[in-house]
Each structure stands twice: as C-alpha cells, then as structure tokens.
Design a protein around this ligand. Structure first.
Ligand code: GRF
Length: 206
C-alpha cells in the first residue's frame, strides 16, 4: 500500500479538491495532492490549491473547447509526470480526456459526475434529472474510459429530489454527497481494495 500521488484536473471552484485535501489532512486518506492543473485562468480551484501550497497551473487547452487534445494534452501529461503523479483525479474538469492521457496513467484516471450514471451523462446533469422528473438524483465516482461518463463505477451516492427544488438547490445537495464520495473512492483505491474486471469494480473487504 503506497501513498497515492494525486494530480487534480479541474475547471471550477475546487470544492471536490478541497474535500480530498480535507480527507488527507484528517488522516482519513493516505495520499498527497501533488499538483493541480486548471484550464480556466482565475478559477477558484487555483486559489484553493495555492492557499495550501500545492503547485497549481493554469494551462490553456485551446484551440479545443470541450476536449483535452493535441499540444495542450501533451503539456498536461508532461506536468503530471513532472510531479510523479500516479493517480489523476478529474474534479469538475469540463473537458473530455482522450486516449493519450488515459494510456499515460492506465486505470488510474477517476472522475466524479453529478448524476447516478448511466442516467444523465454530459453537462448540467442535475438539471437533466430535474427536467426529466426523477425523484432520486446523486453522484457517481468512476474510472475514466474512452467514452463520456461511461467508465466502470466505483461509488455512487443518492439524494432525494424535493418538491420546489431549483437546479442550484439540487446541485448543492448532490455536491454534499460528492464531497463524501470522492474521498471514499480514493480511500478504497489507496488501500488497494478495488479490482476492475470489465465493467465491474469489485470492492475487496478491508
Ligand atoms: C461537480 O458538481 C462535479 O460533479 C461536476 O462539476 C462540479 C465541480 O465542482 N463535474 P467543484 O469545482 O469541485 O466545486
């Protein structure tokens, strides 16, 4: 069991990164956050990382809008390698990662999605759930494969959809569970308790 060396990719406020950091600092997760890379200059995740003295990079991913590809992808991989990352955590990273990055970190790229997959992949998943009229929503932590939000599922947590919910109310309720689900999935990974067999992720007893 080795301490995970986590590199986080994000585009937003970084609340999931914060939950992982909190789990590390409380001793609940055997990991180090060794770098944070963000494709949006000025995003909150960069400030949060710097506040904790974690190397934080704003790396442009142009000319693409929704994927990490080409020269930008090369720069991201190089930065992750420079910090000797062994686990890549997508935490609100608003781009599709492509095979080159996945092959650079085989079976070690995780994502969190704000819906109970396979329902509602893609963007604004909580709005999709609300519009559809589901009574239960939630979040999913999964390994990343070459599809969109389609990799093997590690952890899911559910929340009720309540009468009168707005998209932001539902998203906030889902995020509370995200902040438990990501540290939990990483704890299982750090403890070597995840065995992947095709689509199935078996959780070995602790
Ligand atoms: C989360 O809801 C995550 O599920 C989605 O983007 C949001 C990121 O939030 N993919 P944060 O930047 O971690 O606060």
């Amino acid at each position: 069991m080795a301490t995970l060396r986590i590199g986080v990719l994000g585009s937003g406020s970084g609340s999931n990164m914060q939950s992982i950091l909190d789990a590390i600092q409380s001793g609940a997760l055997d990991a180090r956050l060794v770098c944070v890379i963000c494709d949006v200059p000025g995003a909150g995740i960069l400030d949060r990382a710097r506040k904790h003295s974690i190397p934080a990079y704003a790396l442009d991913a142009a000319p693409f809008k929704t994927k990490l590809d080409g020269e930008a992808e090369r720069r991201y991989i190089e930065t992750l390698r420079k910090h000797d990352v062994d686990t890549v955590v997508l935490a609100g990273f608003m781009r599709i990662v492509k095979p080159r990055l996945l092959h650079a970190f085989p079976n070690r790229v995780l994502n969190i999605h704000p819906a109970l997959l396979p329902a509602f992949p893609g963007v604004h998943a909580w709005e999709q759930a609300l519009t559809y009229g589901t009574k239960i929503a939630g979040c999913t932590v999964h390994f990343v494969d070459e599809g969109t939000d389609s990799g093997p599922i590690i952890v899911q947590r559910a929340v009720p959809v309540l009468p009168g919910d707005t998209p932001s109310m539902l998203h906030a309720r889902i995020q509370e569970q995200e902040h438990l689900a990501y540290p939990e999935a990483l704890r299982l990974l750090a403890a070597n308790r995840l065995r992947v067999n095709g689509r199935q992720v078996e959780i070995l007893p602790g």
